[in-house]
Design a protein around this ligand. Structure first.
Ligand code: PEP
Ligand code: MN
Length: 339
């Protein structure tokens, strides 16, 4: 339920409503707006709760939240959320670009790419140090060494480091080096991980599971939001379909659909979404046209020699070219592109 306070409701009246919500065994989430304050009452539905709250002083009305995801919903917060960390701004008119290798491989590799990304107008540096690989025999990432290299690249360029955390027990370690915790597609419904990432108070980039519905995706985000951490970005990275001309199928209708249902910013990953380097730039441009708030893109100095996902990595030249095209389209759709 949402308790909509009257304009000019006093602090005392709001505090009383919060107390009543807690008495009813529900949890409050206060949103202070420019005109009025609303207090969301979250938890299992209770008989009589609506009436009990409606009668409190300073309350205008109590309306049910229809969406199963409460805090993510535009019903609770209509104004778009912008996630901001260092120069990376994602949402509310800002289109932030996160780019870098699939995996951190060496000092030279990550420093070269960080410079490239910065010069091309990106504000986030991606790179996996802990890699979720389909085969246990594939390169698993440089682990803490990789995190150290990412932090060094951040110190040199000012880019915000976006890197995956695969297990709840790794959250403190990854949070020490990263600016944004990436939760990978395979872990979208790893609830202990979502809670641990939320509790870290770090911004979170949550990737859509390849077979997750939009409701499942938003409910996964809700696990992070429920901890009180509101800095969540949703990432469409493609889903598994019968189609086999691409690695995954990238459903760009997710972008406007999510904008209608949630205030959280939407990032698109055209690299994993297509799995083919030649398709990445066109789909990045299409994502911008569809209203994406951010892009996360894989780039490698020498894709043929990449230790993971080389087939979908852009070369530096192709990346610069993609950035130019995306910037043009961003101007048309009224988004501030990159830095
Ligand atoms: C990645 O970003 O490197 C990655 C592993 O992505 P996903 O979780 O979407 O497969
Ligand atoms: Mn990858």
């Amino acid at each position: 339920m949402i308790v909509v306070m009257k304009p000019g409701a006093t602090e005392k009246q709001i505090a009383h409503v919060i107390e009543r919500i807690q008495d009813l065994g529900l949890r409050e989430h206060v949103i202070v707006g420019t005109e009025r304050t609303v207090v969301a009452a979250l938890g299992e539905k209770r008989d009589g709760a609506k009436q009990a709250l409606e009668n409190s002083e300073g309350v205008d009305k109590v309306v049910p939240i229809l969406a199963p995801y409460k805090m993510a919903s535009t019903e609770v917060k209509a104004e778009p959320t912008c996630v901001e960390v260092r120069d990376l701004k994602v949402g509310r008119g800002h289109l932030g670009v996160i780019a870098g290798p699939c995996s951190v491989e060496s000092r030279a590799q990550i420093l070269e790419l960080a410079t490239l990304v910065r010069e091309a107008g990106g504000a986030g540096l991606r790179g996996g140090a802990f890699k979720p690989r389909t085969s246990p025999y594939s390169f698993q990432g440089l682990k803490e060494k990789g995190l150290e290299l990412l932090a060094e690249a951040r110190d040199k360029t000012g880019l915000a480091v976006v890197t995956e955390v695969m297990a709840p027990e790794h959250v403190p370690l990854v949070a020490r080096y990263a600016d944004v915790l990436q939760i990978g597609a395979r872990n979208m419904q790893n609830y202990p991980l979502l809670e641990a990432a939320g509790e870290s108070e770090m911004p979170v980039l949550l990737k859509r599971g390849p077979s997750a519905t939009m409701d499942e995706f938003l409910l996964a985000a809700e696990y992070v939001l429920k901890t009180g951490n509101t800095r969540v970005m949703l990432c469409e990275r493609g889903i598994r379909t019968f189609e086999d001309h691409t690695r995954f199928t990238l459903p760009l209708a997710s972008v406007p659909y999510l904008h209608q249902t949630t205030h959280l910013p939407i990032v698109v990953d055209p690299s994993h979404g297509t799995g083919k380097a030649s398709l990445v730039a066109p789909m990045a441009v299409a994502s911008v046209a569809a209203g994406a708030d951010g892009l996360i893109v894989e780039v490698h100095p020498d894709p043929e020699k990449a230790l993971s996902d080389g087939f979908q990595a852009l070369t530096p030249t192709a990346f610069r070219d993609m950035m130019t095209k995306c910037r043009t389209v961003a101007n048309v759709v009224g988004r501030k592109f990159g830095v």
